[in-house]
Ligand binder design. Structure first.
Ligand SMILES: *Cc1c(COP(=O)(O)O)cnc(C)c1O
Length: 377
């Protein structure tokens, strides 16, 4: 039996990227590496849709989230944390770990943030220095209205918008400069089609001014140091050389396909997956504004969600994600971000139908596959 990854991270790595990374290690202080690094810097700006430098950190995505908190804010700073899932909670935990004072804007899991509510909090609490939010809340499969929230913060000199774009960058349109987003963070193992181990962060000019004022202690993730090095095609410490070589290949793939086409492909797969799941008689967990990165599906009544996830793996070799915290066992999350194409979705929807069928759920086999074919034909 083959193994198939359909979890929203880590995601499959393309063959040509694996082959590039299998080459003997080059030294990071040599010219060959600096040439790769320079092209990678350009490719990342294209991906983030920014003129700013995109810094590469050796960590998983959370490292860049931590870097955002420690470089932009100081102990006692008030921040607005949007919580509508597991990753929103993580922003809150990071803020509290460094002594920031969070005000929480809580929304139900499965719902997007409400712009009017956020605007009201900003009006009421003029001390707020930043908004911390996800663009795509991976724990629920919901997209937050980043463009509208950026419209609120970009007209204020003293508030920055910090976006965890870990399942958004390279999935759907979120132009950092054009929308006036101050900080965008992502990681290697989601839409970037790489193994885990690299995190990325880019700061607007306004955010760099915040960084000048921040007094939070930091060392490894001191972004100013990374910026100075990056401009010389270097990193302050040994970079994850193999991953950066792989990234060079990934960025060439994205450039060849074209960012617009990358977004269109993700949307087609997401739209077809959502339609297929509904045709199977199932319900999406996202009440509105579903993310094109993944589809979260409500496990139907009478079915044990943990057993369903196990059936995917043991019968068909497919890894999907379940739910976390209070939705554990209640949802199944199917990824379609990164290295996915239409035929991949037939595997996961086919397995979904058969797994439910095997568990005694009344499903007409082929009901989801039929709609998938109609959508993707
Ligand atoms: C995966 C993910 C993270 C966490 O990234 P790690 O790489 O596990 O540190 C953070 N935010 C979102 C939205 C994610 O999807």
């Amino acid at each position: 039996m083959k193994s198939y990854l359909f979890a929203p991270g880590p995601t499959p790595v393309p063959e040509r990227v694996l082959l590039r990374m299998a080459a003997p290690i080059m030294h990071h202080r040599e010219k060959v590496f600096e040439e790769v690094f320079e092209e990678v810097r350009e490719g990342l700006k294209y991906l983030f849709q920014t003129e700013q430098e995109v810094l590469m950190l050796t960590s998983s995505g959370t490292g860049a989230m931590e870097g955002a908190v420690t470089n932009l804010f100081s102990k006692g700073d008030e921040v607005l944390v949007v919580r509508a899932g597991k990753f929103g909670q993580r922003w809150g935990e990071l803020a509290e770990a460094y002594g920031l004072v969070p005000t929480f804007a809580d929304f139900s899991w499965g719902e997007p943030a409400d712009v009017a509510a956020i605007s009201e909090i900003l009006e009421k609490r003029p001390g707020i220095r930043g908004i911390l939010i996800q663009a795509s809340e991976t724990s629920t499969g919901v997209m937050h209205p980043i463009r509208e929230i950026a419209a609120l913060t970009s007209k204020r000199e003293d508030v920055i918008l910090v976006v965890d774009g870990i399942t958004a960058v390279g999935v759907f349109e979120m132009p950092m400069d054009a929308w006036g987003i101050d900080v965008v963070v992502t990681g290697s193992q989601k839409a970037l089609m790489l193994p885990p181990g690299l995190a990325f962060i880019s700061l607007s000019e306004k955010a760099w001014r915040f960084a000048e004022r921040s007094t939070t202690p930091r060392y490894y993730f001191d972004l100013k140091k990374h910026l100075v090095s990056a401009r010389k095609n270097q990193t302050p410490y040994t970079p994850a050389i193999s991953l950066i070589i792989g990234l060079h290949e990934v960025l060439a793939m994205i450039k060849d396909e074209g960012l617009e086409e990358v977004f269109r492909r993700h949307h087609r797969l997401a739209d077809a997956t959502r339609s297929a799941v509904k045709a199977m008689g199932l319900e999406l967990f996202a009440k509105s504004s579903p993310s094109d990165a993944l589809t979260a599906v409500v496990v139907p009544d009478g079915i044990d969600g943990l057993a369903l996830k196990k059936a995917f793996l043991e019968r068909y070799g497919i890894t999907v994600a379940g739910g976390q915290d209070h939705v554990k066992g209640k949802i199944i999350r199917i990824a379609h971000l990164g290295y996915f194409d239409p035929m991949d979705m037939f595997q996961v929807i086919g397995a979904f139908e058969m797994a439910l069928h095997s568990m005694g759920y009344a499903i007409e086999l082929g009901s989801g596959l039929k709609v998938l074919a109609e959508k993707l034909a």
